[in-house]
Design a protein around this ligand. Sequence first.
Ligand code: GDG
Length: 480
Amino acid sequence: MSADLLIVANRLPVDRVTERDGSRGWRRSPGGLVTALEPVLRANDGTWVGWPGLAEDGDDEAYEPFEDDGMKLVPIKLDASEVEEFYEGFSNGTVWPIYHDLVAKPEFHREWWDAYVRVNRRFAERAAELAAENATVWVHDYQLQLVPQMLRELRPDLLIGFYLHIPFPPAELFLQLPWRRQLLEGLLGADLVGFQLPGGAANFVRLVRQRVGHKTHKDLVYLPDGRTVKAAAFPISIDAAGFEELAAGDGVAARVKQLREALGNPRRIFLGVDRLDYTKGIYARLRAFSELLEDGRLDVEDAVFVQVAVPSRERVEQYRILRDDIERLVGRVNGDHGRIGRPAISYLHNSVPREEMAALYRAADVMVVTPYRDGMNLVAKEYVACRLDDDGALVLSEFAGAADELRQAWLINPYDINGMKSALVEAAEADPKDLSRRMRAMRKTVRQHDVRAWADAFLAELSSIAGSSHDKQVRPARRA
Ligand code: GDG
C-alpha cells in the first residue's frame, strides 16, 4: 500500500462492532470529520491511519489494514496501559484542560508523557511506511502533536499538514506544560499548522518566537534549516446540505410532532446537546434554567429543557464527578419544579441517532450552547442548518469558536449566570421577525462555509506552500 494522501488521526472513521450472530464488522462513526475528509480521501485514493478503539480479546483482525466502503483504513494498535496513559492520561488529563482555559485542573505525570511520545512515534512510523514519495500527510488533533516532527525526520520528502480541532491556548497557560518546547517543536515539523481561529494561530507563532527562538513574520515561522512553517486559521464546519436534507425528511417532521407531544406540547422547548464534558457548561445552563423557574420568569407549564448528554471519557475521574453533579441537579430541579408526567428537565445520558438529532433540532425553540471554551462547536452550526423555516433562537457562548461566525445568536458569557438567564428569556420571547432575520443570516453563513470548503481550503493552502518543490498536488473533493 502506498498512498499519495494520508489522513492520520487518533481514531479511525469506523468503530468495531459485534453483530448479533457474533461476527465482527465495522460501522462508520458518526461525525463531521468523516463527512469532511471522505470525499477528499476518495478523490485522491487516500488512506486513513488511526486507532480502531480497544479490540476484544483475540480480535487480532481488528489491526489488519482493510477497506470499508472504498476507503483504505490502517489500524494502529494501543494496549490497555497506552489507552490509559496516552489517551485518557496525557491527551485528556493534561493537554485537554490546559488547552481549554484550565476549566479543570490538569495533571502532569512523566509516565503519561512517555506513553504520548511512544504512541506518537508509532503513528509517525506507520505513516512513513505508507506514504508514497512526495505524498501529502494530514495529521489531526491534540493527541498527535509530535507526529509532524517525527514524520519529517523519517520522510523529509513529504508535505505535512497539521490541524488542531481544539483551541490553542495563550502563553500564560501553555507555559505550565513541562514538555512545552517538545510540543512546539513537534508541531513545527508540519508545513502548515491549522487552527480554528486566528487567535490560536497567533498564540502559537508568539510562543514559537519567544520560547523556541525562531524568527517569525505575521503567520510565518522561519526555521534555521531554511524551511518555512505557516500557521493559519481554518474554522471547521458541517455538512450543511446533508443536515438540511436530513431535517427535511418525512420521518423527521413526524418525529418533531411526536416529540412535542411527548413533552406535553409546551410553548417553548429549550435544548442542549453535548458530550458530557466539563468544558461545555452543562451544569451552569441547567442552573440558569432552574433559577428562571424559581424566579417565576419561566413556568414549567410552558417551558421544558431537553438535555442530551452523550457519555464521554467515563473512566476519567473528573468526568465521573461532573456526571454526578449534573444528575443531582437534574433530580433536584425536577423534584422541586416538575409534576407527574411533566419533568422540568428531560435528561438523556445516551447518544441518539442522527435522525433523532435532526428532529430535536427542529423541535427546539431555543438551542442553548454554553461552553466555557470550545474550539468551534458543531452542534450550534447543525441547529442552524436544520432550521428550514428560518425560525428558532440560538443562545451561544462567546467562548465557542462558532461565535466568531454566528454573530446573530444571543451571545452570552457562561460565567455570568444572570446574563445567561436574561438571554434565555429574551431568546424565548423574541419577536418572530427578529428570529427570522437572525436565523436567515446564520443559515447563509453556515451554507457558504461548509465542511467541504474547510477541507478544500486547508489542502489548497498546503499545496500552494509546496509550490514547485512538490510534483504531486492534492485534488479537492468534487461536489456532487
Ligand atoms: C471537537 C471540539 C470542534 C453529539 N451527540 C450526538 C452526536 N453528536 C455529534 C454532533 C456534532 C459532534 O458530535 C460534536 O461536535 P462538537 O463540535 O459540538 O464538539 P466536540 O465533540 O467537543 O468536538 C469542537 C470539533 O472537535 C470539530 O473540530 O468543533 O470544538 O471540541 O457533530 O452532532 N451525534 C449523534 N448522536 C448524538 O447523540 N449521532
